[in-house]
Design a protein. Structure first.
Length: 267
């Protein structure tokens, strides 16, 4: 239930224990494994509309007025003046609004997709930069992907940078995080009908140029990191390799850009 909230609990100390969870971790500090922080009005509005559990919110007085009709009644609202807000979160890209929420549980890929006659899945292997992960999730939502599977070594989609890069689109996209990525893909191959096609994005001589690819019922697009590409194990699991034709002066694309092109082509 949501109704107008015109006031909250005023914060006067940046070290107030109530707002410590809103702090941005410094280098070497670990993120909260159970919660994440969303910032900026646009992203927080998407969070509030997503149904994910919001545990607390931190707002400047001006943002409280703007968002009064959308604030949850079940979570405490903390109010801090702009300069104090900066001191609490330790940077200034928040635009005066932040929300602390519970991380959603990863989904089981087979259970989530079983029974669907058609699906698109994007898979990442060892894509370590959370900004790239967030951008891939944003494209996945934009082009109608049903599921994202993030393998070991991938950046945290619920880190501040990941959430910011996804612009809130990760809140409504199911995400799986298997510890054994090849096994997870083999399980999808065994369980889905029609049998899915696993496409490895690869700079390889035997790769099919993307314009020649024809859409199948279940498509699983697998991308690796920009330095090493996909591991030999994942390449061996794939049914086919696909390449995006580019000009000879450029040797490769950023992985997030490649994901967007592939997802658009197979939407």
């Amino acid at each position: 239930m949501i109704h107008a909230r015109s006031h909250g609990e005023t914060i006067t100390d940046p070290d107030d224990p109530r707002v410590i969870p809103f702090r941005s971790p410094r280098a070497g500090e670990l993120s909260d494994p159970l919660r994440f922080v969303a910032e900026t009005e646009h992203v927080v509005r998407r969070l509030l509309a997503s149904g994910l559990e919001v545990e607390a919110m931190l707002l400047t007085p001006g943002r409280l007025t703007q968002l009064a009709d959308e604030l949850p009644t079940s979570a405490p609202i903390y109010i801090a003046e702009p300069e104090l807000f900066d001191a609490i979160v330790r940077f200034n890209r928040h635009r005066g609004v932040a929300a602390l929420a519970r991380r959603p549980l990863p989904v089981d890929p087979v259970l989530y997709l079983r029974g669907r006659p058609r699906s698109t899945v994007v898979v990442t292997e060892a894509v370590a930069d959370p900004v790239n992960i967030g951008a891939i999730l944003r494209s996945a939502r934009a082009f109608g992907a049903d599921l994202a599977i993030l393998g070991p070594g991938c950046g945290d989609p619920w880190s501040r940078r990941g959430v910011r890069a996804a612009i809130g689109n990760s809140f409504s996209l199911p995400i799986a995080a298997p510890t054994d990525l090849p096994a997870a893909l083999e399980a999808l191959r065994a369980e889905l009908s029609p049998t899915p096609r696993i496409l490895a994005a690869a700079l390889a001589a035997d790769a099919t140029p993307l314009p020649e690819l024809r859409r199948g019922a279940h498509e699983i697009i697998v991308l690796g990191n920009e330095g090493d590409g996909l591991s030999p194990t994942l390449l061996s699991v794939a049914d086919a390799r696909v390449i995006i034709p580019i000009g000879g002066e450029v040797d490769s694309l950023n992985v997030a850009a490649a994901a967007a092109i592939l997802l658009y082509a197979l939407r």
